[in-house]
Design a protein around this ligand. Structure first.
Ligand SMILES: *Cc1c(COP(=O)(O)O)cnc(C)c1O
Length: 396
């Protein structure tokens, strides 16, 4: 045991000396556009709380009511005695919103993505994945026996090359999987082109819309709605815009959902989503479906932030999504981004810097996430803090 602990300490020290050690900041308030931390109060610009529902009183009330009516826990997986009416109600609500035949809940989207490929694809089939896809897709792909192909981010030439390779290998089933929105870049997957290629090659398309459902598309139904296309399977999370508690889902054709209920290992062997979370999430989904006003505020905030930051001389990755990467390129970028973020917290604005290996070397950034809960004044304060922190850090 001593040697083992020694080795682990060395591993931790290596993480620390590489500058990759993650320290968790304790928040001493509810999640929201303004939070309390040990360092003082801060405007929060790094939550996935796109619609501001994380601490919405209607969502809290619904969670309270569900707690009282349906109890704290189910102590069961879904297929034994873990399915209450609200679980099915939430699945049907998601399906009707997303325009699919049915949906199935998981404890997280990580679990949903961990489950699906092994259920739908067999040895000899092909799974073709965008290189920037979320870790849960990468892990889910690893768990299935299909042959793996990877294409360069949003590169349709390369996707075609991989489709050709899968065809040449004689794969009976071919599935393309992509994030709807790439979370480090705030960029959209080119769904119309992907869907067209899939049709040409007889492939299925799956989109993980975790950073889109609720606030992208006219009714918040995500990237397929934004682009006006239909995809075969969707996965998503309840842990971001949709109240931000926990849970994930797969939405798609009845047969796929039915088979997942039979075969998906994280569904069969892991506890059901807690009743209060289901109740709160159901309310959050119903609010999100009709949150035109919040979507408009969010879009305005993102647009205002982008234009003020550009006027202040910052380099942003182009786009329109509520994720706005503020770039700190070059060899010193990682250090600068970290210092700017630290100084900003002292100035009362909470943002997070990302550097290698989360993003490519030389492409360090501070990823800002706007929320409908931010006011115009909040956005202006964020830009002012960026400007002051940058000027201080650069001239020190
Ligand atoms: C956040 C995220 C997940 C994980 O969702 P959880 O429900 O928190 O497990 C999966 N995929 C993508 C694209 C995400 O952004």
């Amino acid at each position: 045991m001593f040697a083992f602990k020694q080795e682990i300490s060395e591993e931790l020290a290596a993480i620390e000396s590489a500058g990759l050690y993650k320290r968790e900041r304790e928040i001493t308030s509810a999640q929201g556009s303004e939070i309390e931390t040990a360092e003082g109060p801060a405007l929060n610009f790094c939550a996935n709380n796109y619609l501001g529902l994380a601490d919405d009183s209607r969502v809290r009330d619904a969670a309270h009511e569900a707690l009282d009516q349906w109890g704290f826990g189910m102590s069961s997986v879904r297929f034994i005695c873990g399915t209450q009416s609200p679980h099915r109600e939430l699945e049907r609500e998601l399906a009707s919103w997303l325009g699919t035949e049915d949906a199935i809940l998981f404890s997280s989207c990580f679990d949903a993505n961990g489950a699906i490929f092994d259920v739908l694809l067999r040895a000899g089939d092909a799974i073709i994945s965008d290189e920037l896809n979320h870790a849960s897709i990468i892990d889910g792909v690893r768990l299935c026996k299909a042959t793996r192909y990877r294409y360069r981010n949003a590169d349709m030439e390369d996707l075609r090359t991989q489709l050709e390779a899968a065809k040449a290998a004689g794969a009976p089933r071919i599935m393309i999987v992509t994030d709807g929105v790439f979370s480090m870049d705030g960029s959209y997957a080119p769904l119309p082109e992907i869907v067209a290629l899939a049709e040409e090659y007889g492939a299925l398309v799956m989109v993980d819309d975790s950073h889109a459902t609720g606030f992208v598309g006219a009714s918040g139904a995500g990237t397929p709605e934004l682009f006006g296309v239909t995809v075969d399977v969707l996965s998503g999370t309840l842990g971001k815009a949709l109240g931000g508690a926990s849970g994930g889902y797969i939405a798609g054709p009845q047969e796929i959902v039915d088979l997942l209920r039979q075969r998906a290992r994280p569904y069969l062997f892991s506890n059901t989503v807690a009743p209060s979370v289901v109740g709160g999430s159901l309310r959050a989904v119903r609010i999100a479906r009709h949150a035109d006003e919040s979507r408009a505020v969010l879009a305005r905030n993102a647009e205002l932030f982008r234009s003020l930051m550009e006027q202040a001389g910052f380099t942003l990755l182009p786009g329109s999504h509520a994720i706005v990467p503020v770039m700190f390129p070059g060899m010193q970028g990682a250090v600068l981004a970290g210092r700017v973020a630290d100084r900003m917290l002292e100035l009362g604005v909470y943002v997070i810097a990302f550097s290698y290996p989360v993003v490519p070397r030389g492409r360090a950034r501070i990823r800002v996430q706007l929320s409908a809960a931010h006011t115009e004044e909040d956005v202006r304060r964020c830009v002012a803090a960026f400007t002051q922190a940058r000027d201080e850090v650069l001239h020190r």
